[in-house]
Design a protein around this ligand. Structure first.
Ligand code: ADP
Ligand code: MG
Length: 706
């Protein structure tokens, strides 16, 4: 029994049809070591063998389709530049279809036989009014046993080397089909409790495996897919929830039980505005965390301008009331300074000692801050990553707040924790990058998330307008009018990493052109780009902040957090070259004052479908979460901030942007199980416990967010 149950661990060279040399290739090229690996290398598409199309029914360009016909001619043609192509003509009872291959012409010419009947699979296109299929897969009718049985044939991802070795989809089908038939139910032991399998109407694991590779119909494929996707996500969620449980057990902290004088005085006498309901809700959540004897580890998401700073300050005041120090770390000097200035202003004459620390604070000034932190006189320190350095020691750090968390690495953030050697400080991480709910659930399933989902009242919605180059003269007029009203304007140029030089030229050209319409000395223009030294950049930004310049021409370096409430116009050049979340971040630079603000998206008239949709989304909505959802839909999760390194979204079958229904169910069930049976002790959960143990050996610790 035992030997048999390990059959999935069998090295692949022992599988019939593979052998040592092919086994070696599979290991090297695809990381397939065992039968288990082979089974879990799912097909990425299927050839629909259930339907044969007729040539006369082929209309436009479309999906991949299957045809049946006789190859009536084959001809090698030498094109320009000595490139050879092979063309063939396929005939069925209804018409003719041209086939063409640009690669492998000689080899194909040798293997294809004129006069034979073939099953042809590929993508149809219309070329000069003629129906053509480029690079079709050809299978001799006489050899296509599977085609006769009308199934879906799996197609697997491969590599050039594998294909050259003859390990293509066809041969993998030949290996997998008998293998799957030889496996028994007990070889693929159940990983879910029977009650769940029943409740969710799942097929068995063996069925899932057979049907995902060789479905006889769409329904089988869907059933198999559902079960496999569920398990992928369910076990990720379970692991995240377990690691949260573990963290809460391991990282003890000191509860902040007192709501004292400082908090009260501030709340009752200094608060410059009424908090929004969203802010109140978040503060309540934070207070709930802080009252526990374990570390708070909370992510605060809120769109730009949603009012995160005041939440951060109130949290810090709670810490101070309980006798602890706090730090607030921001990713840039300018941001840190802005936090420092606004927090000083908010506190007014309240007896709270606030200090600033960055790389630019040197000598005696620096020593005073370090001493104040060491002897506990300073209550709040605001700064850059300079706060992480070794000489920075606290008497009793109780709370660390990190702004724009994605700008810091995990390791950097972890250093903050170590600044207290008796217990770990509570951690609040703030971000203005909205993460779609579904993605947050995947990435941060072990983290508590608070969301400020509405803006403070009285804010005028930013008007977003899409314009083409032809509207440039009106744009200049508009800019003049806004400047005459005393407003300031940003103009942002894209930054492509491959061609920094070109970008710079782009920006410089724009600047030169601008000078003609906004000549000195009546007008002043700041320029900021990535190639400038930090000090130069700061100086230019400072001039803009102090209203010494009316226009700021920049690359995306201004994206993060800069607050100039008087700037009310954001002009984005070459909008088509920006991603959605970046556009949204940029737009967030305006709309911070009382004035009506504008975001003008300049673009080329030739736009891809995706660019068009991105721009339309920007024009349609100001809501960061809507935009994040749209972004996820358009691009998939791959490019979304913070996901690349995490490895959390590395699913084989599940697609985060498409399988949200399954994800929600799996998440809920994982939550229910963990709350009912946190240690997975119940006998009904024995399958789950064993699977978790197996997986734990496979995956090392999951990245923490803070
Ligand atoms: P962000 O979330 O981008 O950090 P801030 O905390 O900088 O936003 O707040 C943006 C602006 O809104 C600030 O000028 C702040 O004073 C103001 N603000 C914050 N909360 C409120 C509120 N409840 N009512 C009115 N204005 C608010
Ligand atoms: Mg902020």
């Amino acid at each position: 029994m035992n030997g048999r149950s390990d059959i999935l661990e069998t090295p692949i060279e022992y599988v019939k049809g593979i052998g040592p040399s092919r086994g070696d290739m599979l290991r090297k090229e695809l990381g397939i070591h065992t039968i288990q690996d082979l089974l879990f290398a799912f097909p990425f598409r299927y050839i629909d063998r259930t339907t044969f199309y007729l040539i006369k029914d082929l209309t436009g360009e479309g999906d991949s389709i299957q045809l049946k016909g006789t190859l009536i001619s084959l001809e090698k043609i030498k094109g320009k530049n000595q490139r050879t192509r092979l063309t063939g003509m396929l005939k069925d009872s209804t018409g003719f279809l041209e086939l063409v291959w640009f690669q492998g012409a000689s080899w194909l010419e040798k293997t294809l036989v004129v006069g034979e009947e073939y099953i042809v699979f590929g993508k149809m296109s219309v070329f000069g009014g003629k129906k053509t299929m480029a690079h079709p897969e050809m299978e001799l009718m006489s050899e296509a046993g599977t085609a006769m049985s009308k199934t879906f044939d799996p197609v697997y991802s491969s590599t050039e080397k594998l294909d050259a070795k003859g390990i293509d989809s066809k041969s993998r089908r030949k290996i997998l089909r008998p293998l799957l038939l030889s496996l028994q139910e007990y070889d693929l032991a159940e990983t879910l409790p029977p009650y769940l399998v029943k409740q969710l109407h799942f097929c068995t694991r063996l069925e899932a495996m057979r049907w995902i590779h060789f479905p006889e119909n769409e329904k089988q494929r869907e059933q198999a897919g559902n079960r496999i996707k569920f398990e992928e996500f369910f076990y990720v969620q379970l692991r995240l929830l377990q690691s949260k449980q573990y963290r809460q057990f391991k990282y003890k902290s000191v509860p902040f039980l007192k709501v004292g004088d400082i908090f009260h005085t501030f709340y009752q006498h200094k608060l410059p505005f009424a908090l929004t309901d969203a802010q109140k809700k978040v503060i309540k959540e934070i207070r709930g965390d802080l009252a526990q004897p374990r570390q708070m580890n909370r992510l605060l998401q809120g769109d730009v301008g949603s009012g995160k700073t005041i939440v951060a300050l109130l949290t810090m005041l709670l810490a101070i009331d309980n006798g602890f120090q706090c730090c607030l770390m921001a990713p840039t000097e300018i941001l840190a300074q802005q936090h420092y200035a606004s927090i000083k202003e908010l506190l007014g004459d309240l007896l709270v000692e606030v200090a600033f620390l960055s790389g630019s604070v040197k000598g005696k000034k620096r020593q005073i801050v370090l001493d104040g932190l060491g002897d506990g006189k300073i209550n709040i320190v605001i700064g850059t990553h300079a706060l992480l350095e070794d000489p920075v020691n606290f008497a009793h750090l109780g709370l660390a707040i990190v702004d724009e968390q994605h700008r810091f690495g995990v390791a950097q953030r972890a250093r903050l924790w170590k600044k207290n050697d008796q217990f770990v400080p509570h951690v609040l991480v703030m971000t203005a990058t909205p993460i779609p709910r579904t993605l947050a659930m995947t990435l941060y399933g072990d983290l508590d998330v608070s969301v400020i989902d509405s803006l403070p009242p009285g804010r005028k919605e930013i008007k977003t307008i899409h314009k083409y180059e032809s509207a440039r003269p009106q744009l200049i007029q508009f800019m003049h009018a806004e400047i005459a009203k005393g407003r300031q304007i940003y103009i942002v140029y894209p930054l492509i990493e491959e061609s920094e030089k070109l970008d710079l030229q782009n920006l410089n050209d724009g600047y030169e052109r601008l000078l003609q319409y906004f000549p000195q000395p009546n007008f002043q223009i700041s320029v900021v780009h990535g190639r400038m030294k930090a000090a130069e950049k700061d100086w230019e930004m400072q001039r803009f902040i102090e209203r010494k310049t009316q226009i700021m021409v920049a690359t995306t370096v201004i994206e993060v957090g800069v607050n100039v409430p008087n700037a009310s116009v954001m002009i984005i050049e070459n909008t088509e070259r920006f991603g959605l979340s970046q556009l949204h971040q940029l737009r967030g630079r305006v709309g911070r004052g009382a004035e009506q603000s504008y975001c003008i998206l300049m673009s080329d008239t030739k736009l891809s479908k995706e660019s068009r949709e991105r721009i339309a989304t920007m024009v349609r909505t100001n809501n960061g979460f809507d935009i994040a959802e749209a972004d996820l839909r358009l691009r998939g999760p791959g490019d979304i901030q913070g996901t690349q390194q995490s490895g959390v979204i590395d699913f084989k079958l599940l697609q985060i942007n498409k399988d949200q229904g399954i994800m929600q169910i799996a998440r809920q069930i994982a939550l229910d199980i963990m709350s009912k049976d946190p240690l997975l002790d119940l006998s009904e959960h024995v399958n789950i416990r064993q699977t978790v143990i197996k997986l734990r050996q496979k995956f090392k610790d999951w990245g923490r967010i803070s």
